[in-house]
Design a protein around this ligand. Structure first.
Ligand code: SAM
Length: 268
């Protein structure tokens, strides 16, 4: 079968991959049989997963809307994933048509697909980089260019730091990014919580050991600590649906079941 145009040459189609598995949960079509198989197994033990991923995307949209309304026009979306409905530039430009976005991901499919979509957009760039080396990420020309004017920047780490293991020091990544942006900048962060469904944590993490990026779900305390140097804006670090819901009833009776904690922090 011919290789689809969104699949870069040499892509490993036999090992599941977190960007493509996430695409499966969201009902996308940029994934392979191995990814669908992993997603199917995960959903069998944890049927809320597709809803959780949607709650995560909805949080991302509300956070970007909030920051665009606050006047931020520069967005650095790290671990941006395979483009799906409600990408950062689309959401931000509803409020700030001049919004610039640099999308960064380690995954070749996410990067290739993003480039195909954004190639004619003069205010968006796509970079392939590994955020576990944040210094190298910051030296990428498109990233350096975004940060050069020293205007406020929103740094997005949405559903990505749980793919950084403890020994790889996720806190250090945030600190390096903190030091690279001026005061008044923002951190948008969401992270898988291990407290909402302790009964499924081990099985779920075991499944992700089949990918090149094992999953580390963390406690509230560990997730809140990632905001060091950033002051969380109201309502603080909360379950995904609780962060500035559009309508009070959108939160639902059990927001903790949408097992991600999320917040927006203002750089001090
Ligand atoms: N941020 C998007 C969202 O919330 O909808 C996508 C989240 S998806 C669950 C996680 C993304 O992080 C994947 O696209 C994956 O390739 C990317 N990722 C994981 N580890 C990474 C790393 N070390 N550097 C850059 N991207 C990474």
């Amino acid at each position: 079968m011919a290789r689809p145009h969104w699949v870069p040459e040499g892509t490993d189609q036999d090992t599941p991959n977190v960007a493509r598995v996430y695409d499966c949960y969201l009902g996308g079509s940029h994934n392979f049989a191995v990814d669908r198989e992993l997603a199917r197994k995960a959903i069998a033990t944890w049927p809320d997963l597709p809803l959780i991923m949607r709650a995560n995307r909805a949080f991302l949209r509300r956070a970007v809307q909030y920051l665009a309304q606050e006047g931020i026009t520069r967005f650095l979306d790290i671990g941006s994933g395979i483009p799906t409905f409600g990408a950062v530039h689309e959401v931000a430009r509803e409020i700030r048509p001049d919004a610039r976005v640099v999308y960064v991901d380690i995954d070749p499919v996410a990067v290739q697909h993003s480039r195909l979509i954004l190639e004619d957009d003069p205010l968006c760039e796509v970079v392939q980089a590994d955020m576990r080396d944040p210094e190298a990420l910051l030296k990428q020309p498109a990233v350096a260019e975004l940060l050069r004017p020293r205007e406020r920047v929103a740094v997005l780490l949405v559903a990505v730091l749980h793919f950084v293991q403890d020994e790889e020091d996720p806190g250090r990544i945030v600190r390096v990014l903190h030091d690279a942006v001026p005061p008044g900048s923002a951190l948008v962060l969401s992270h898988a919580s291990r407290e909402a469904r302790p009964d499924v944590v081990e099985e779920h993490q075991d499944l992700y050991k089949r990918t090149p990026m094992p999953l580390t779900m963390r406690s509230r305390e560990e997730i809140v600590a990632l905001f060091e140097g950033f002051e969380p804006v109201e309502p603080g670090v909360v379950y995904l649906p609780e962060w500035r819901p559009e309508r009070p009833e959108a939160v639902g009776p059990h927001p903790e079941l949408m097992a991600g904690l999320a917040g927006v922090g203002r750089r001090l």
